[in-house]
Design a protein around this ligand. Sequence first.
Ligand SMILES: Cc1cc2nc3c(=O)[nH]c(=O)nc-3n(C[C@H](O)[C@H](O)[C@H](O)COP(=O)(O)OP(=O)(O)OC[C@H]3O[C@@H](n4cnc5c(N)ncnc54)[C@H](O)[C@@H]3O)c2cc1C
Length: 458
Amino acid sequence: MAMMTRDDYLASLDDGRRIFAEGEEVKDLAHHPQFATAIDSIGDGYEQNHVPGDDASGPYFKVPKSKDDLKVILDELLEWDMVTVTTSQGLLALLTAAARMRADHPELAQRIEEYFEYCKRNDLRCVQAITDAKGDRRVAPGAQTDPDVYTRIVERRPDGIVIRGAKLHISSAAVCHELVVMPTKNMKPGEEDYAVACAIPVNAPGVRIVNTSYAPREREEDFPVSSKHNMPEGFIILDDVFVPHERVFLAGETGHSATFAHALGLWERLGGTAHMSEFADQLVGLAQLIAEANGTEKINHIREKIAEMVIYATMTRSGLEAAIANAEPSPEGWYFPSELYTNAAKHYAAAEYSLMVRHLHDIGGGSILTAPSVADLENDEVGPFIKKYMATKEGISGEYRTKLFHAIRDFTADAYGGWQLVTMIQSGGGLYAQRLVARKHYDMDKAKRLALELAGLA
Ligand SMILES: Cc1cc2nc3c(=O)[nH]c(=O)nc-3n(C[C@H](O)[C@H](O)[C@H](O)COP(=O)(O)OP(=O)(O)OC[C@H]3O[C@@H](n4cnc5c(N)ncnc54)[C@H](O)[C@@H]3O)c2cc1C
């Protein structure tokens, strides 16, 4: 199979998938306001990466064979659309899981590798569907009032399994090709039906995806960030979906139920940290620009806040670089990032993000929310007044400063900004998950030894 073009991708979405938004089933995804931008940016990605020839494949299917390869993938990732990123991260996570399962279940590891080749050959885009509805958080899957709140196997057939459940918050699910389903947490003996991982095409019978989105409906210029960067979030209903054996990666092997989530967590958190290091620099840039536009850039408390933001951006990038510098080889000879540095960096960047946004809001002032729209700037009667009163000094026009405020509002304080604030905390499994993994991989014995020496108790 050759790589897909934009047109191939658009045609591939017309496959009978069941997509819902705003109370209705959506038939023409490419022209619906909740999906059009996302589809356009994924189409751009296909077009930019397209190489003719039957043997060609995208760089997002590259498996890192060295630390340098890892660095290249991370640099490229910042240029890709979100679905291409999740495809790369998700498939690397699957390969990581395969490597960790091979000794116990060589046949499952081989299925995963064959699935990787299938996606590469057909240039497919995948998302990872982990997060279950989960019901009462303190109750085990099998003991819930409704046994379906954790995705489970409801039937085992000679040729495959039938699964039922729901996967929530799955970014871009409606506009990709494959749903990679994995258990949301570790399952214990007795919970075999919940230990299920598999791959399902989005158009498989029984799959329905209900979507939410922060895609703005207003004029693009008033939403300079979110009008270009938006993806639908999918609430995936798996209503007795049949999965053939060749796409089943786990079906009761509870000992490896957490292997997938841990592997995905690693790659997703690495990608998240890469994006956050980019965001951190953008926050610093916005803070400095608005301070200069307001004439406050030399005031002490403003300079201090910006310095704190600079340190945040630098530490986030340092964590990312340390995760790569301390990457480890898999038994297969490819490299995965350091668990300790990846999780510590992701936690730090996510936990402090809202403080950096607070600094930006503190520095910027109230016009972040109330700067008049571009349409008002263009109005013959009030436009000149807006330009007059929004201007501050020589070189800072009212129009420039108003547009800077629009960017800050859209990026940090409106629908997209709110989405980012929650996403920073919850993506990659939430802060608690990152703390657990960081602690597990930290050299506690060394720390204790040093403390004992310090105390003269060694
Ligand atoms: C925009 C966005 C995009 C996302 N994209 C994806 C995606 O593509 N694929 C995917 O699989 N998931 C995705 N997620 C889901 C994300 O991983 C989860 O939101 C996160 O794991 C938290 O789960 P939850 O939302 O069910 O909240 P909850 O599980 O209810 O967690 C809320 C809080 O309660 C705590 N908590 C819950 N249960 C326990 C317990 N038993 N013991 C101790 N503390 C507990 C948590 O640590 C957390 O602090 C996305 C989330 C967002 C917001």
